[in-house]
Design a protein around this ligand. Sequence first.
Ligand SMILES: [Zn+2]
Length: 282
Amino acid sequence: MSEHLTWSIGPVRITRIEERITGVPWPSLVPDGSRHLDACRPWIDPFVSESGNSLLLSVHSFVVETPDTLIVVDTCVGTNDEAKLPGDPDFGRRLESHVSGFERVDVVVCTHLHFDHVGWNTVERDGELVPTFPNARYLVTSAELAAERDEEDTASYQRAIAPLAAAGCLDAVDSSHRIDPWVALEPTPGHTPGHVSVRITAGDDVALIIGDLAHTPLQFAFPEVVSNPDHDPAQATQTRRRIVDEHGNTSTLLLGTHFAPPTAGLLEVDDDGAVRFGPASA
Ligand SMILES: [Zn+2]
């Protein structure tokens, strides 16, 4: 495993801990993506397979360390054998070593409740599922919990959320919930009803962990290109448009929860409205 990617926003350090990168054929996740691939060359190249037939879907956690709070944003797939994507049993060790012990984590944010974002919320101990981070508050938006409770019997909910509620460490929060002076949630609905992003601010420096509002940066250039699992495609499109309007040609660092390295970038919009995502150009 290569070294973890890290970014700094003022005194806040953000680290990407990778679980796995999987080549996913466009039709199975972002069906209209391949039609727009050529329009996004060459900046899209790091995010797609060599042939261009697949997008490179990374699954990773972001660890956000502020002067006050140690936060884990999304906990990947985990050891659930029935998951649609393979996890990596060694991921837990990598994360634990980076944070110097699971007990040090103060807050776990679930951008939404899909299986690839909550897998390591819990671990099995003595035949029972218990919170992986014993001293953490787990934050999920009320809207997301209300929506997902309808699917309470799904394996993912039972594995990753129900044990938290039983242990008393699950907090239903507002979509604009503030965690500390540097970090707050921000509503970005569409992919799921209560989906949130995580905004990190220090003076003029801003970063946004985008969750699944986009599975590939191609969707910033073509916001109307939807992902199959988008719950409300029109709302998801609207959210992507807002992100481009708000952050295009600014210094906001956008961190893709499913983007392969380089994972983070700026949005540049040229005079014709064409969007490019990538490292700041000189
Ligand atoms: Zn996802």
